[in-house]
Design a protein around this ligand. Structure first.
Ligand code: SF4
Ligand code: SF4
Length: 475
């Protein structure tokens, strides 16, 4: 029964004493900040799923309203929380700092744990999609065979019939050599240390790092802590198994600036697990990642990630959802790879006067998770410095795929409707190539427009290190 109590009986004092309005309020897991919602509905008007799907009740309901209902009569979590794509646009939109995505992630976890049938096709499919890191090593053992089998229309048909994975999309190809295999073959950290030292000598022996405050950036007010010029690279799953060229470009660009690179053991960042309510899986991955990355920080490294969803996860979702030793340190020292160079190096000046092999125009899409980190303007601004490169921002709409969301057969049409604005703007840009920093946005961009898609780090690599495959520093 309630332990609520009324105003103080001590009539002699005028001091305010709070009244506990809701029964059992101390036991309820109300997200900090949920009560800050003043129902302005700004989050709802910024939700891409609510915009095209009339049945999705939107972030205000999924967040503060659902938590209020739960607090009052222990309501079940509404199943519509599984329709939230975890794009996190509502987080940035809320003027009252309500931690919407934290509430959605927690509600989704509770829904999956307590209300979802673990023998259902949906649960099995979501578990498979969320645990790409467990399947990818198998697929990449025999990449050519896997790519052949996954490319068959019968495989796609079976994927939809048996698991509910849309047959409209082509499965991503596995690289014939993973990034980590390449990294080991190249000599690992020892080779990187040597190359970084050579680059520092070429560049005059100076540690050219700018103090962070000198360069405007999302973290421009922070001190540059890493005096050793050492970074620990969180490559994530996709850059390792599917697009190692992105990871190799990161290595070359950072070594160009004289950084030695370490590549710690790592698991999936957890992004697809959060989006599917698989919080126990995400926690297991986070335990490994936090332990390894905290050790790298202890050794003088900062953490950089080439995928905007990975950096988002390490910076925001980890400390919001888990309580692990070192987690705050990892969050505070994790950066987007391009952002880090903008803040710690004079990247803009370094790019002045550089060029690429042939003139190129790009249609650039800023991923929602990059926007949420305040990074949406940096790519176009930087690429403008390279002679012969012309980058167009195609606007602030969501690509619609949101990781695993657009791979689910029941979400495919919604995903394409959300992406339609971006597709139109990309077509209007009439560029040579698409550009983004998120692997699944790049799948959607390619799927919706037919553009080839590249990563910002690959363009920086071409401009700073050389676009020819035999160019300096390449192997
Ligand atoms: S934007 Fe923030 S304050 Fe406004 S309704 Fe949504 S959660 Fe509430
Ligand atoms: S995370 Fe994205 S899809 Fe989910 S409620 Fe917020 S804005 Fe909508």
């Amino acid at each position: 029964m309630s332990d609520a109590h009324g105003p103080t009986d001590d009539a002699t004092t005028d001091e305010f004493e709070p009244i506990q309005v809701f029964p059992e309020a101390e036991e309820m897991d109300l997200r900090p900040g949920a009560d800050n919602c003043y129902k302005c509905s700004t989050c709802d008007t910024n939700c891409p799923v609510a915009e095209v799907d009339d049945e999705f009740p939107g972030p205000k309901f999924q967040g503060p309203e659902q938590w209020r209902l739960k607090r009052q009569d222990d309501h079940d979590v509404d199943e519509s929380v599984m329709k939230c794509s975890n794009c996190m646009r509502c987080d940035s939109a809320c003027p009252s700092d309500v931690p919407l995505s934290q509430m959605h992630n927690t509600a989704r976890g509770e829904y999956v744990d307590e209300q979802m049938d673990t023998f259902s096709r949906e649960y099995v499919r979501n578990r498979i999609l969320a645990n790409y890191r467990r399947l990818a090593p198998l697929g990449s053992m025999f990449p050519r065979t896997t790519n052949f089998v996954m490319g068959l229309s019968v495989t796609q048909w079976l994927g939809e019939k048996l698991l509910g994975i849309t047959s409209e999309r082509e499965f991503p190809s596995f690289a014939t050599e993973t990034f980590r295999e390449w990294w080991e073959r190249r000599g690992g950290h020892a080779a990187s240390k040597k190359r970084a030292q050579e680059a520092r000598e070429r560049r005059g022996g100076a540690v050219s790092k700018t103090r962070a405050g000198e360069v405007p950036g999302a973290r421009g007010d922070e001190q540059a802590r890493n005096e050793e010029k050492r970074i620990a690279y969180f490559h994530g799953c996709y850059s390792n198994y599917n697009t190692p060229e992105v990871a190799k470009s990161l290595v070359r660009v950072y070594e160009h600036f004289g950084y030695e690179i370490v590549v710690p053991d790592q698991h999936c960042s957890g992004t697809p697990m959060f989006a599917n309510g698989m919080l126990a899986d995400a926690r297991r991955s986070a335990e490994t990642n936090v332990r390894e990355l905290a050790a790298a920080i202890e050794d003088g490294a900062d953490i950089v990630a080439s995928c905007s969803s990975c950096s988002m996860s390490l910076r925001q979702e980890y400390p919001e959802l888990f309580d692990l030793a070192g987690i705050e340190d990892v969050a505070a020292n994790t950066w987007d790879a391009v952002e880090y160079l903008r803040v710690h190096e004079d990247l803009e000046s370094e790019l002045e006067g550089t060029t690429v092999d042939e003139d190129l125009s790009f249609a650039y899409h800023a991923p929602c998770h990059a926007r949420n980190q305040g990074l949406d303007g940096q790519t176009v601004e930087l690429l403008d410095r390279i002679d012969g490169v012309d980058a167009h921002d195609v606007g602030d709409s969501c690509s619609g795929i949101s990781g695993t969301y657009g791979w689910k057969a029941e979400n495919y049409e919604t995903s394409m409707k959300i992406g339609s604005e971006m597709f139109e703007h990309m077509a209007d840009a009439n560029a040579d190539t698409g550009l983004t920093e998120c692997p699944t946005c790049s799948m959607q961009m390619e799927h919706g427009t037919g553009y080839d898609i590249t990563h910002t780090l690959e363009v920086l690599d071409a401009a700073l290190v050389g676009s020819a495959t035999e160019g300096p520093g390449r192997e």
